[in-house]
Design a protein around this ligand. Sequence first.
Ligand SMILES: NC(=O)c1ccc[n+]([C@@H]2O[C@H](COP(=O)([O-])OP(=O)(O)OC[C@H]3O[C@@H](n4cnc5c(N)ncnc54)[C@H](O)[C@@H]3O)[C@@H](O)[C@H]2O)c1
Length: 293
Amino acid sequence: MELNIVAVLGAGTMGHGIAQICAQAGLDVRLYDLKDEFVQAGLDRINNFLKKSIERKKITANESVEVLGRIKGTTQLAEAVQSADLIIEAIPEDMRLKKEFFMGLIGKCKGNSIWASNTSTLSITEMASVTDRPDKFIGLHFFNPVQLMKPIEIIKGILTADETVKAAEALTLKLQKTPILVKDSPGFASTRLGVALFLEASKMLEEGVASIKDIDVGAKLFYGHKMGPFETCDLVGLDARLNNLNSLLESTGNPKWSPPLLLRQLVASSYLGTKPGSKGGYYAYFGIDKEGA
Ligand SMILES: NC(=O)c1ccc[n+]([C@@H]2O[C@H](COP(=O)([O-])OP(=O)(O)OC[C@H]3O[C@@H](n4cnc5c(N)ncnc54)[C@H](O)[C@@H]3O)[C@@H](O)[C@H]2O)c1
Protein backbone atom coordinates (compact mmCIF):
# COMPACT_ATOMS: atom_id res chain seq x y z
CA MET A 1 0.00 0.00 0.00
CA GLU A 2 1.33 3.43 -1.02
CA LEU A 3 1.45 5.85 1.96
CA ASN A 4 1.17 9.42 0.66
CA ILE A 5 -0.69 11.34 3.36
CA VAL A 6 0.46 11.08 6.97
CA ALA A 7 -1.22 12.42 10.10
CA VAL A 8 1.21 12.97 12.98
CA LEU A 9 -0.73 13.24 16.23
CA GLY A 10 1.16 15.16 18.92
CA ALA A 11 3.54 17.96 17.88
CA GLY A 12 6.06 17.65 20.74
CA THR A 13 9.67 16.44 20.86
CA MET A 14 9.01 13.46 18.59
CA GLY A 15 5.95 14.54 16.62
CA HIS A 16 7.51 17.67 15.11
CA GLY A 17 10.57 15.71 13.96
CA ILE A 18 8.47 12.90 12.49
CA ALA A 19 6.34 15.47 10.62
CA GLN A 20 9.48 17.12 9.27
CA ILE A 21 11.16 14.00 7.91
CA CYS A 22 7.90 12.80 6.34
CA ALA A 23 7.53 16.16 4.56
CA GLN A 24 11.18 16.04 3.51
CA ALA A 25 10.47 12.65 1.90
CA GLY A 26 7.69 14.26 -0.18
CA LEU A 27 4.69 13.11 1.89
CA ASP A 28 1.75 15.39 2.70
CA VAL A 29 1.61 15.84 6.45
CA ARG A 30 -1.09 16.89 8.92
CA LEU A 31 0.38 17.84 12.30
CA TYR A 32 -2.18 17.72 15.10
CA ASP A 33 -2.04 18.81 18.73
CA LEU A 34 -4.52 19.82 21.39
CA LYS A 35 -3.98 23.60 21.25
CA ASP A 36 -2.88 26.11 18.60
CA GLU A 37 0.15 27.07 20.68
CA PHE A 38 1.35 23.43 20.80
CA VAL A 39 0.93 23.05 17.03
CA GLN A 40 2.74 26.36 16.49
CA ALA A 41 5.58 25.33 18.83
CA GLY A 42 6.05 22.17 16.73
CA LEU A 43 6.03 24.16 13.48
CA ASP A 44 8.52 26.65 14.97
CA ARG A 45 10.89 23.81 15.89
CA ILE A 46 10.69 22.51 12.31
CA ASN A 47 11.29 26.00 10.92
CA ASN A 48 14.33 26.50 13.18
CA PHE A 49 15.79 23.14 12.19
CA LEU A 50 15.34 23.93 8.50
CA LYS A 51 16.92 27.40 8.95
CA LYS A 52 20.03 25.78 10.47
CA SER A 53 20.06 23.23 7.61
CA ILE A 54 20.10 26.12 5.11
CA GLU A 55 22.97 27.81 7.00
CA ARG A 56 24.89 24.53 6.90
CA LYS A 57 24.10 24.24 3.17
CA LYS A 58 22.34 20.88 3.70
CA ILE A 59 19.22 22.16 1.92
CA THR A 60 18.31 25.21 -0.15
CA ALA A 61 15.88 27.94 0.89
CA ASN A 62 13.48 26.72 -1.83
CA GLU A 63 13.56 23.17 -0.47
CA SER A 64 12.78 24.50 3.00
CA VAL A 65 9.74 26.38 1.65
CA GLU A 66 8.56 23.21 -0.12
CA VAL A 67 8.94 21.12 3.05
CA LEU A 68 7.02 23.65 5.16
CA GLY A 69 4.35 23.85 2.44
CA ARG A 70 3.69 20.12 2.79
CA ILE A 71 2.94 20.36 6.54
CA LYS A 72 -0.48 21.54 7.64
CA GLY A 73 -0.91 22.18 11.37
CA THR A 74 -4.33 21.67 12.94
CA THR A 75 -6.17 21.24 16.23
CA GLN A 76 -9.07 19.47 14.48
CA LEU A 77 -8.55 15.73 14.89
CA ALA A 78 -11.10 14.69 12.23
CA GLU A 79 -9.51 17.05 9.71
CA ALA A 80 -6.05 15.69 10.54
CA VAL A 81 -6.89 12.03 10.04
CA GLN A 82 -9.77 11.80 7.53
CA SER A 83 -7.68 11.50 4.35
CA ALA A 84 -4.53 10.05 5.92
CA ASP A 85 -3.09 6.73 4.70
CA LEU A 86 -0.95 6.52 7.83
CA ILE A 87 -1.59 7.79 11.36
CA ILE A 88 1.46 8.17 13.62
CA GLU A 89 0.60 8.77 17.27
CA ALA A 90 3.21 10.68 19.33
CA ILE A 91 1.32 11.71 22.48
CA PRO A 92 2.66 11.08 26.03
CA GLU A 93 3.70 7.61 27.15
CA ASP A 94 0.59 6.55 29.04
CA MET A 95 -1.30 3.40 28.05
CA ARG A 96 -4.69 4.65 29.27
CA LEU A 97 -4.29 7.95 27.39
CA LYS A 98 -3.12 6.23 24.21
CA LYS A 99 -5.96 3.66 24.27
CA GLU A 100 -8.58 6.39 24.77
CA PHE A 101 -6.98 8.37 21.98
CA PHE A 102 -7.05 5.44 19.52
CA MET A 103 -10.65 4.64 20.45
CA GLY A 104 -11.48 8.25 19.57
CA LEU A 105 -10.11 7.70 16.05
CA ILE A 106 -12.59 4.91 15.24
CA GLY A 107 -14.96 6.09 12.50
CA LYS A 108 -12.84 9.15 11.67
CA CYS A 109 -10.23 7.50 9.40
CA LYS A 110 -10.09 5.72 6.05
CA GLY A 111 -10.89 2.01 6.40
CA ASN A 112 -7.55 0.92 4.96
CA SER A 113 -5.35 3.41 6.84
CA ILE A 114 -2.49 2.07 8.93
CA TRP A 115 -2.27 3.24 12.53
CA ALA A 116 1.11 3.42 14.26
CA SER A 117 2.29 4.30 17.74
CA ASN A 118 5.68 5.86 18.50
CA THR A 119 5.65 4.36 22.00
CA SER A 120 9.04 3.58 23.55
CA THR A 121 7.87 0.74 25.78
CA LEU A 122 4.12 0.09 25.75
CA SER A 123 2.45 -2.98 24.24
CA ILE A 124 1.46 -2.56 20.60
CA THR A 125 -0.86 -5.56 20.89
CA GLU A 126 -2.72 -3.98 23.82
CA MET A 127 -3.20 -0.66 21.98
CA ALA A 128 -4.29 -2.50 18.82
CA SER A 129 -6.90 -4.42 20.82
CA VAL A 130 -9.07 -1.31 21.34
CA THR A 131 -9.06 -0.35 17.65
CA ASP A 132 -11.12 -1.60 14.71
CA ARG A 133 -7.95 -2.69 12.84
CA PRO A 134 -5.44 -4.74 14.87
CA ASP A 135 -4.09 -6.16 11.57
CA LYS A 136 -3.27 -2.62 10.41
CA PHE A 137 -1.76 -1.50 13.72
CA ILE A 138 2.01 -1.35 14.23
CA GLY A 139 4.75 0.23 16.30
CA LEU A 140 6.97 2.77 14.53
CA HIS A 141 9.56 3.78 17.08
CA PHE A 142 11.54 6.80 15.89
CA PHE A 143 14.60 8.02 17.79
CA ASN A 144 15.42 11.44 19.15
CA PRO A 145 16.41 13.70 17.42
CA VAL A 146 14.26 12.21 14.67
CA GLN A 147 15.86 14.29 11.90
CA LEU A 148 19.32 12.85 12.65
CA MET A 149 18.83 9.37 14.06
CA LYS A 150 19.00 6.56 11.52
CA PRO A 151 16.98 3.64 12.99
CA ILE A 152 13.25 3.12 13.12
CA GLU A 153 12.22 0.16 15.26
CA ILE A 154 9.23 -1.57 13.66
CA ILE A 155 7.18 -3.45 16.24
CA LYS A 156 4.86 -6.23 15.13
CA GLY A 157 1.90 -6.88 17.42
CA ILE A 158 0.57 -10.42 17.54
CA LEU A 159 -2.21 -9.59 15.05
CA THR A 160 -0.26 -7.17 12.83
CA ALA A 161 -0.51 -8.35 9.20
CA ASP A 162 2.64 -9.03 7.19
CA GLU A 163 1.34 -6.54 4.62
CA THR A 164 1.35 -3.81 7.29
CA VAL A 165 4.94 -4.67 8.22
CA LYS A 166 5.95 -4.49 4.56
CA ALA A 167 4.32 -1.05 4.19
CA ALA A 168 6.14 0.14 7.34
CA GLU A 169 9.48 -1.15 6.04
CA ALA A 170 8.92 0.58 2.68
CA LEU A 171 8.06 3.85 4.46
CA THR A 172 11.19 3.58 6.63
CA LEU A 173 13.37 3.27 3.52
CA LYS A 174 11.54 6.19 1.85
CA LEU A 175 12.38 8.28 4.94
CA GLN A 176 16.02 7.21 4.43
CA LYS A 177 16.07 5.40 7.76
CA THR A 178 17.09 1.86 8.71
CA PRO A 179 14.28 -0.53 9.75
CA ILE A 180 14.84 -2.81 12.73
CA LEU A 181 12.09 -5.40 13.10
CA VAL A 182 11.24 -6.60 16.61
CA LYS A 183 8.37 -8.48 18.18
CA ASP A 184 6.08 -6.81 20.69
CA SER A 185 7.78 -7.19 24.10
CA PRO A 186 8.38 -4.78 27.01
CA GLY A 187 10.83 -2.04 26.00
CA PHE A 188 11.31 -3.71 22.59
CA ALA A 189 15.06 -3.87 21.78
CA SER A 190 16.16 -0.23 21.92
CA THR A 191 14.57 1.03 25.15
CA ARG A 192 15.47 -2.19 26.97
CA LEU A 193 19.15 -1.80 26.04
CA GLY A 194 19.16 1.97 26.65
CA VAL A 195 17.64 1.84 30.12
CA ALA A 196 19.85 -1.12 31.12
CA LEU A 197 22.92 1.03 30.41
CA PHE A 198 21.37 4.02 32.19
CA LEU A 199 20.57 1.93 35.30
CA GLU A 200 24.14 0.64 35.55
CA ALA A 201 25.49 4.19 35.06
CA SER A 202 23.15 5.43 37.82
CA LYS A 203 24.42 2.70 40.17
CA MET A 204 28.00 3.76 39.41
CA LEU A 205 27.07 7.37 40.18
CA GLU A 206 25.44 6.35 43.50
CA GLU A 207 28.54 4.32 44.43
CA GLY A 208 30.80 7.28 43.61
CA VAL A 209 32.67 5.36 40.93
CA ALA A 210 32.87 8.41 38.66
CA SER A 211 31.13 11.69 37.78
CA ILE A 212 28.35 11.82 35.18
CA LYS A 213 30.77 13.45 32.77
CA ASP A 214 33.46 10.79 33.20
CA ILE A 215 30.88 8.01 32.87
CA ASP A 216 29.59 9.62 29.66
CA VAL A 217 33.07 10.21 28.22
CA GLY A 218 33.95 6.62 29.15
CA ALA A 219 30.90 5.21 27.36
CA LYS A 220 31.94 7.12 24.26
CA LEU A 221 35.64 6.33 24.32
CA PHE A 222 35.45 2.76 25.68
CA TYR A 223 32.64 1.63 23.41
CA GLY A 224 32.30 4.15 20.59
CA HIS A 225 28.85 5.34 21.73
CA LYS A 226 27.89 8.70 20.24
CA MET A 227 26.47 9.90 23.57
CA GLY A 228 26.88 8.76 27.16
CA PRO A 229 23.94 7.46 29.26
CA PHE A 230 23.41 10.75 31.16
CA GLU A 231 23.63 12.93 28.04
CA THR A 232 21.14 10.60 26.39
CA CYS A 233 18.82 10.83 29.39
CA ASP A 234 18.99 14.66 29.31
CA LEU A 235 18.09 14.59 25.63
CA VAL A 236 15.35 11.96 25.85
CA GLY A 237 13.84 13.68 28.90
CA LEU A 238 14.19 12.56 32.52
CA ASP A 239 10.40 12.21 32.74
CA ALA A 240 10.45 10.03 29.62
CA ARG A 241 13.22 7.82 31.12
CA LEU A 242 11.25 7.51 34.37
CA ASN A 243 8.18 6.51 32.36
CA ASN A 244 10.22 3.92 30.44
CA LEU A 245 11.42 2.36 33.69
CA ASN A 246 8.00 2.39 35.36
CA SER A 247 6.49 0.82 32.29
CA LEU A 248 9.12 -1.96 32.15
CA LEU A 249 8.71 -2.53 35.90
CA GLU A 250 4.93 -2.77 35.58
CA SER A 251 4.87 -4.98 32.50
CA THR A 252 7.58 -7.43 33.62
CA GLY A 253 7.17 -7.27 37.42
CA ASN A 254 10.98 -7.50 37.58
CA PRO A 255 12.44 -5.17 40.29
CA LYS A 256 15.67 -4.83 38.29
CA TRP A 257 13.84 -2.06 36.36
CA SER A 258 13.13 0.05 39.49
CA PRO A 259 13.87 3.74 38.77
CA PRO A 260 16.87 5.20 40.66
CA LEU A 261 16.01 7.50 43.58
CA LEU A 262 17.89 10.48 42.09
CA LEU A 263 15.98 10.22 38.80
CA ARG A 264 12.66 10.26 40.67
CA GLN A 265 13.80 13.23 42.78
CA LEU A 266 15.01 15.19 39.75
CA VAL A 267 11.74 14.67 37.87
CA ALA A 268 9.77 15.74 40.97
CA SER A 269 11.94 18.90 41.05
CA SER A 270 11.21 19.79 37.39
CA TYR A 271 14.58 18.68 36.01
CA LEU A 272 13.14 17.15 32.87
CA GLY A 273 16.11 17.37 30.50
CA THR A 274 17.12 19.74 27.75
CA LYS A 275 13.60 20.26 26.34
CA PRO A 276 12.07 23.75 26.30
CA GLY A 277 10.59 24.86 29.64
CA SER A 278 12.68 22.47 31.78
CA LYS A 279 15.35 23.37 34.38
CA GLY A 280 17.73 21.09 32.45
CA GLY A 281 18.83 17.56 33.30
CA TYR A 282 21.68 15.77 35.08
CA TYR A 283 24.33 18.21 33.77
CA ALA A 284 22.36 21.25 34.95
CA TYR A 285 21.66 19.69 38.37
CA PHE A 286 25.34 18.86 39.00
CA GLY A 287 26.42 22.22 37.50
CA ILE A 288 28.73 20.41 35.08
CA ASP A 289 29.67 21.98 31.77
CA LYS A 290 28.78 19.53 29.02
CA GLU A 291 31.58 20.91 26.80
CA GLY A 292 34.02 18.09 26.15
CA ALA A 293 31.68 15.41 27.56
N1 LIG B 1 11.36 11.96 23.89
C1 LIG B 1 12.03 10.96 23.33
O1 LIG B 1 13.25 10.95 23.27
C2 LIG B 1 11.25 9.80 22.73
C3 LIG B 1 11.94 8.90 21.89
C4 LIG B 1 11.24 7.87 21.26
C5 LIG B 1 9.87 7.72 21.52
N2 LIG B 1 9.24 8.58 22.36
C6 LIG B 1 7.80 8.39 22.57
O2 LIG B 1 7.11 9.33 21.76
C7 LIG B 1 5.87 9.69 22.40
C8 LIG B 1 5.81 11.19 22.55
O3 LIG B 1 6.89 11.60 23.34
P1 LIG B 1 7.46 13.10 23.27
O4 LIG B 1 8.77 13.05 23.96
O5 LIG B 1 7.35 13.63 21.90
O6 LIG B 1 6.39 13.84 24.21
P2 LIG B 1 6.12 15.41 24.32
O7 LIG B 1 5.57 15.60 25.68
O8 LIG B 1 7.28 16.21 23.89
O9 LIG B 1 4.96 15.65 23.24
C9 LIG B 1 3.68 15.07 23.36
C10 LIG B 1 2.69 15.97 22.65
O10 LIG B 1 1.44 15.32 22.65
C11 LIG B 1 0.45 16.28 22.95
N3 LIG B 1 -0.70 15.62 23.55
C12 LIG B 1 -0.93 15.30 24.81
N4 LIG B 1 -2.11 14.66 24.96
C13 LIG B 1 -2.63 14.64 23.73
C14 LIG B 1 -3.83 14.16 23.23
N5 LIG B 1 -4.74 13.54 23.98
N6 LIG B 1 -4.04 14.35 21.94
C15 LIG B 1 -3.10 14.94 21.14
N7 LIG B 1 -1.96 15.42 21.57
C16 LIG B 1 -1.72 15.25 22.86
C17 LIG B 1 1.08 17.27 23.88
O11 LIG B 1 0.39 18.51 23.82
C18 LIG B 1 2.50 17.33 23.34
O12 LIG B 1 2.66 18.38 22.39
C19 LIG B 1 5.84 8.91 23.72
O13 LIG B 1 5.12 7.72 23.55
C20 LIG B 1 7.31 8.63 23.98
O14 LIG B 1 7.52 7.48 24.78
C21 LIG B 1 9.88 9.63 22.96
